[in-house]
Design a binder for this molecule. Structure first.
Ligand code: ADP
Ligand code: MG
Length: 383
């Protein structure tokens, strides 16, 4: 069957790269935005993690970039180093037959080395806002030829306090580049940023398709106090015996407690949270992707935007305090028609949150009785 991307006016080099990647059909968000981006229209796109937002902007950008022009022609802003590298890999893969060069600029890496890289061939620049702004101010990054700008994971940029840096970077641009803003959620401050820089943007919202939700079995366990969560969770884990699981906790401290406890039980696992060194985080992400361990424990922010395949289980060790976050988390399983399980521990005082989640998703959680393997054992211990 012919590659569905051939319906767009793309160069053979790009179509060939998409064939090589096995991208034969645009995802919903890609189908919604690629034609407009190719026509030079600004866009605001809202869709969940894993829906293919990266290629949605990477395909038109790589198609546009000209190897002969040795200067930044597109700028992609990412909130974290991990995301910057993930996006660079995708731009690189899509632009491989055009031999596009994609330097990555991020904080904590020697400025001098980045300056040297920028002096070599450059076509598309990916970076975190603080460091990109540094380069702008020092005059080591020339943005005057940038024709496409992407603000990726815009809500996370806002949460991490990068919005002013982003605004400052955008002020350094010349002419009228095409602006694209990608986010999982929208709010007033992002609307204001868009209004300041964009010209009649196309707004695309891809709602959480029920198809995905259908493939996710959602279950819950009530627990009357926090102390009972850990033994209950260990029992559930034994019973579910997941192939590949993500476990979400509300705090960094909880991530650590759970991590060391699982290790003590001899369960191979990894953890991600904001205070872990970026090098270690990157290694953990790679290791999890390579199936070096089966259970990844994380906070929402640390796991945001990072894509993992084949997640069989999502555990909400702590229920999120926001219904959208719940949908975000569980959307990591049950991808591509595979079935997945979402298992939540619910404190009794979280009933309201549960109600709000259920009415938001339109799906009720099946409340299960605790398996009580270890709990029973604990109770059996003589006083
Ligand atoms: P998002 O930015 O929306 O969270 P990503 O851009 O990280 O999502 O994409 C999620 C996954 O989907 C990646 O592994 C990517 O390689 C894959 N992907 C993207 N577009 C396609 C496509 N058209 N066909 C098949 N896989 C795709
Ligand atoms: Mg993304």
């Amino acid at each position: 069957m012919e590659n569905q991307f051939r319906q767009y006016p793309l160069e053979e080099d790009i179509l060939g790269a998409l064939d090589a990647l096995g991208y034969t059909q645009p995802t919903e968000i890609q189908a919604a935005v690629i034609p407009s981006i190719l026509n030079g229209r600004d866009i605001i796109a809202k869709s969940k993690t894993g829906s293919g937002k990266t290629a949605a902007f990477a395909i038109p950008i790589c198609n546009f970039a000209d190897w002969e022009q040795n200067t930044a022609q597109a700028l992609v802003l990412e909130p974290t180093r991990e995301l910057a590298f993930q996006v660079k890999d995708e731009l690189y893969a899509i632009g491989r037959f055009k031999r596009l060069k994609v330097p990555v600029l991020y904080g904590g890496f020697p400025m001098e080395k980045q300056i040297l890289t920028l002096k070599q061939r450059t076509h598309i620049v990916v970076g975190t806002p603080g460091r990109v702004l540094d380069h702008c101010k020092r005059g080591t990054l020339d943005l005057s030829k940038v024709r496409y700008v992407v603000i990726d994971e815009a809500d996370l940029m806002l949460d991490m306090g990068f919005i002013e840096d982003v605004r400052n970077i955008l002020m350094h641009l010349e002419g009228k580049p095409v602006f694209m803003l990608f986010s999982a959620t929208m709010g007033e401050r992002l609307e204001a940023l868009a209004a300041q820089f964009m010209h009649e943007p196309l707004e695309v919202k891809i709602e959480n398709d029920t198809e995905t939700a259908d493939t996710i079995e959602q279950v819950g366990y009530f627990v009357d106090e926090d102390e009972k969560k850990l033994p209950l969770f260990l029992d559930i884990l034994t019973m579910e015996n997941p192939d590949n699981a993500m476990v979400f906790c509300g705090t960094r401290e909880m991530v650590e407690v759970l991590y060391y406890r699982l290790r003590k039980e001899g369960i191979a696992c990894g953890m991600l949270h904001g205070m872990i060194d970026q090098k270690v985080r990157t290694r953990t992400i790679e290791d999890f992707r390579a199936q070096g361990f089966r259970i990844l424990i994380a906070t929402d922010v640390a796991a945001r935007g990072v894509d993992f395949q084949n997640i069989t289980h999502v555990f909400n060790y702590d229920l999120p305090t926001n219904k959208e976050v719940y949908v975000h988390r569980i959307g990591r399983t049950g991808r591509a028609g595979e079935t997945g399980r979402a298992v939540s521990l619910i404190r009794e005082d979280e009933q309201k949150m549960l109600n709000s989640i259920e009415s938001f998703t339109g799906v009720g959680l099946a409340i299960l009785k605790p398996p009580a393997l270890r709990m029973l054992k604990m109770l059996a211990v003589p006083f």
